[in-house]
Design a protein around this ligand. Structure first.
Ligand SMILES: Nc1ncnc2c1ncn2[C@@H]1O[C@H](COP(=O)(O)OP(=O)(O)OP(=O)(O)O)[C@@H](O)[C@H]1O
Ligand SMILES: [Mg+2]
Length: 351
């Protein structure tokens, strides 16, 4: 069986290979639409303006040399799509969310580390502070914002405005949008690359977000097509990276950090979630997965550290029952942690 290919190495090659005749890399030109890694095979979908068509063979040669040199890559397939100049929004200026001041994504390398929980609670805290806040669930395969806010396709399908746009669900002073509001959770959708892009674009162009100070975007785990598609479609103002304290989890978080750094999305900070367990009976704190590793790793990478969140029964039960703790217990100690984080983030964004 083939060894795993490093996605970070592919990103790096795409970012550092300056295409002769364009003075830019494909990453800088926001031309990468999707990267698929399968065993030893790398498939890359590239979308460029028609004026670059004559560079196709140059790109094939240069990327061939750069990517086939990466460990475990046995085969490279490039798919090109050409955009006519007349209907092309310039890749540099494309911004599908012009009425949103700041777009902040919440990501991680690994699944299940608490991205959605943190995105939901931060959004609630920021709305309570008086900001106009939206929360978009970009996890199209495994949406969870619906469950966290007690909304599903059966009970809370979004309304359509007279002009045909989708009205986000409003709860706790937030505007929410998730695939979970549209599709019954018992019917998983099998997305293919172009459909994913389309659905994500619709979340941005067809949802009435209105004027927002911040749109928090809850990402799926990892560094896949959804992340690339988002970065290409909107000006992402910052990323929050969530990790649990285990070393292995931070190894994964580093990959997400590398991806955001490659595409020049500022890392607003790193959060250590499930930092320790505080016994609700005796109050003794037990660092089940160790503690402080993420803070140290953030420091060593010169990244801001946003805080530690303990494993807490109430954080889980409130999220699982449709009302994040920050929405219903704003004075709780757990909420204070989210408050501190929101303050640091607001300061960084100069809100
Ligand atoms: N600090 C915490 N204390 C207790 N439970 C937590 C905490 N953080 C998250 N959880 C619980 O862990 C589970 C996973 O959290 P969550 O869904 O937020 O992770 P995720 O990173 O968004 O996952 P995915 O990668 O699947 O999207 C949920 O049941 C959530 O309630
Ligand atoms: Mg999630």
């Amino acid at each position: 069986m083939s060894q795993k290919i490093s996605r970070a190495a592919i990103f790096k090659a795409l970012d550092t290979t300056i295409i002769h005749g364009s003075d830019s890399s494909l990453m800088a030109m926001k031309a990468i639409k999707a990267i698929d890694l399968n065993e030893g095979r790398v498939q890359i979908s590239i979308k460029l303006q028609e004026k670059y068509k004559e560079l196709e063979s140059v790109i094939r040669n240069q990327l061939g040399a750069a990517i086939l040199a990466i460990s475990n890559v046995e085969r490279l397939d490039l798919a090109f799509e050409w955009e006519g100049v007349s209907n092309a929004v310039s890749a540099e200026t494309q911004n599908l969310l012009p009425t949103v001041k700041h777009i902040v994504v919440v990501g991680s390398g690994k699944g299940g580390v608490g991205k959605s929980t943190i995105a939901a609670n931060l959004a609630c805290v920021m709305a309570r502070k008086g900001y106009q806040v939206g929360l978009m669930d970009a996890d199209l395969y495994g949406p969870s914002i619906g469950m966290m806010f007690g909304v599903d396709a059966a009970t809370g399908s979004p309304q359509i405005s007279p002009s045909g746009t989708i009205l986000p669900i409003e709860k706790y002073g937030l505007k929410l949008m998730s695939m979970g509001f549209l599709i019954d959770e018992d019917h998983p959708v099998i997305w293919r690359g172009p459909m994913l892009n389309k659905a994500l674009n619709q979340f941005m162009t067809e949802v009435e977000w209105g004027d927002l100070d911040v749109l928090l975007i809850d990402l799926p785990p990892g560094t896949g097509d959804i992340q690339i598609s988002l970065i290409n479609s909107v000006n992402v103002g910052g990323a929050i990276i969530v990790s649990t304290p285990q070393d292995i989890a931070f190894l994964d978080a580093k990959k997400a950090i590398a991806m955001f750094r490659t595409v020049e999305v500022p890392i607003l900070g790193v959060v250590e979630n499930m930092s320790s367990f505080i016994c609700p009976n005796c109050g003794v704190e037990t660092p089940i997965f160790g503690r402080g590793g993420v803070r140290r790793a953030a420091q060593s990478m010169s990244l801001p550290f946003l805080g530690e969140i303990p494993i807490d029964m109430q954080i889980r039960t409130t999220s699982d029952t449709g009302a994040p703790i920050a929405a219903i217990s704003p004075d709780s100690p757990q909420c204070r942690i989210f408050n501190d984080m929101a303050e640091k983030i607001s300061e960084m964004l100069s809100l």
